[in-house]
Design a protein around this ligand. Structure first.
Ligand code: CTP
Length: 403
């Protein structure tokens, strides 16, 4: 329920704007009070009169309107709400938000707010898949903006694919999760969580290295989810093409030994999650100059084993984090190997995933994981890496609170 909660609904210009009318109704059914901003493009799809009749309030439209500003200035409008919801969120509104534009009432309210923002994107499939929109989405997520949908489906323009606005019940569920989730208290408040992410790079000479596949998406999502749950988060990451998550202390490293040193420097911690794909070996001696092709043929590289960061931290007698979580990236016998890893490395929980060719786990946005502990096994359905991160963080929050 949303009794007494104040929602500022920003209605953008898209055919899905008609669903915003039903959304207002359903929010009111749950006890929420809804105020609406209608963008200029939004007025092409729904009228201020229909929106205002439902909200029972003035519909805010103009940034420089004397009456709007007198009734309630844009700063006050955006702060006098528990949550801002943008539905439909057009490609243009997302681009403005990602770049901090403030040239109309909607974008100004979004930039001026100190509250959480939920977007329900709706647009043509090509516009959604366009690299510019996807880039904006990554930026907005990293800024802590929540997103529901879009769904796959056929569109008003006759094409099929992702871009349909989430259905009203899905938007309501997302709103309730955001409002009640924060009201329920952020379960990791006062806790320190250390997360490793991305690959490590082990230099061969000044121009070459060996490394592992890892986009860092899952580890970064865990850092974001832990921060959203109220934790102070230190993210130790190898080289990735992802932005540093907002509200997280991010330490950039290259090699496994640097990663271990950064993790040790970040302790003490309540929870440590080792999601990095650490290179198991490094070359015994890094060449000082570039190794040249020559008469001697290809060089022979001698390797030495890298420290196991997870095992080193899990086996600490003094200052071991309360919960130590490892990942197991396996191509064969996923569960057998994960169980063996749990014992061998001395951690409390292993998140096992199948990374065999064709699973799409590496670099992809979804993940199918098994949670392996000494007393059991849970298999979670395939879901987005963000959803895996949120579910893992709430599981860890429950465990750390119970311990
Ligand atoms: N890990 C680590 N330091 C290493 C190697 C691995 O911290 N030097 C951590 C990873 O972050 C992950 C877990 O150990 O949480 C398992 O990594 P994985 O590569 O699956 O296991 P390996 O130790 O490499 O074992 P194996 O080679 O037997 O698969």
């Amino acid at each position: 329920m949303l009794v007494g909660k104040r929602i500022l609904l920003i209605i953008g210009g898209g055919i899905a704007a008609y669903k915003a009318l039903d959304l207002i109704r359903r929010l009111q059914d749950r006890g929420a009070r809804v105020r609406a901003i209608l963008t200029r493009a939004g007025t092409e799809f729904v009228t201020p009169l229909s929106v205002g009749s439902l909200t029972g309030d003035k519909v805010f439209q103009e940034l420089f309107s004397l009456t709007d500003e007198n009734d309630m200035g844009h700063i006050e409008l955006s702060r006098d709400a528990d949550l801002l919801v943008v539905a439909p969120a057009t490609a243009d509104l997302m681009a403005k938000m990602a770049n901090g534009h403030a040239n109309d009432l909607a974008s100004t309210a979004l930039l001026a707010t100190d509250k959480r923002v939920l977007l329900a994107p709706a647009m043509n499939v090509r516009m959604w898949l366009n690299p510019a929109t996807q880039r904006n989405l990554v930026t907005l997520r990293a800024d802590g903006v929540a997103v529901v949908g879009p769904n796959d489906g056929s569109m008003a323009c006759g094409e099929f694919g992702p871009g349909r606005m989430a259905e009203v019940p899905e938007i309501i569920a997302a709103i309730e999760a955001l409002i009640n989730g924060s009201a329920a208290g952020r379960p990791l408040t006062g806790r320190h969580v250390v997360v490793t992410s991305g690959p490590t790079r082990e230099a061969i000479d000044p121009v070459r290295y060996i490394s592992n596949h890892s986009s860092g998406k899952q580890g970064h999502a865990i850092a974001r989810a832990a921060a959203a749950a109220g934790a102070a988060v230190t993210l130790v990451t190898g080289p990735v093409a992802l932005p540093d998550p907002a509200g997280v202390t991010t330490v950039h490293v290259e090699s496994a030994r640097q990663m271990l040193a950064a993790v040790e420097a970040a302790l003490p911690a309540d929870i440590a999650v080792f999601a990095a794909a650490v290179a198991d070996w490094r070359v015994a001696e890094i060449a000082g100059g570039k190794i040249k092709k020559g008469a001697g043929g290809p060089p022979t590289l001698a390797f030495v084993e890298n420290p196991d960061i997870l095992a080193t931290i899990a086996r600490r007698t003094a200052g071991r984090p309360g919960l130590v979580v490892g990942f197991a990236a396996e191509t064969d016998d996923v569960l057998g190997n994960a169980r063996a890893k749990l014992t061998r490395k001395g951690c409390d929980l292993i998140v096992a995933n199948d990374v065999a060719a064709g699973t799409g786990t590496f670099g992809g946005d979804s993940n199918l994981v098994h949670i392996v502990t000494s007393d059991g096994l849970e298999t979670w359905e395939r879901q987005s890496k963000d959803a895996v991160a949120e579910a893992l963080v709430s599981l860890l929050a429950r465990r750390i609170t119970a311990s």
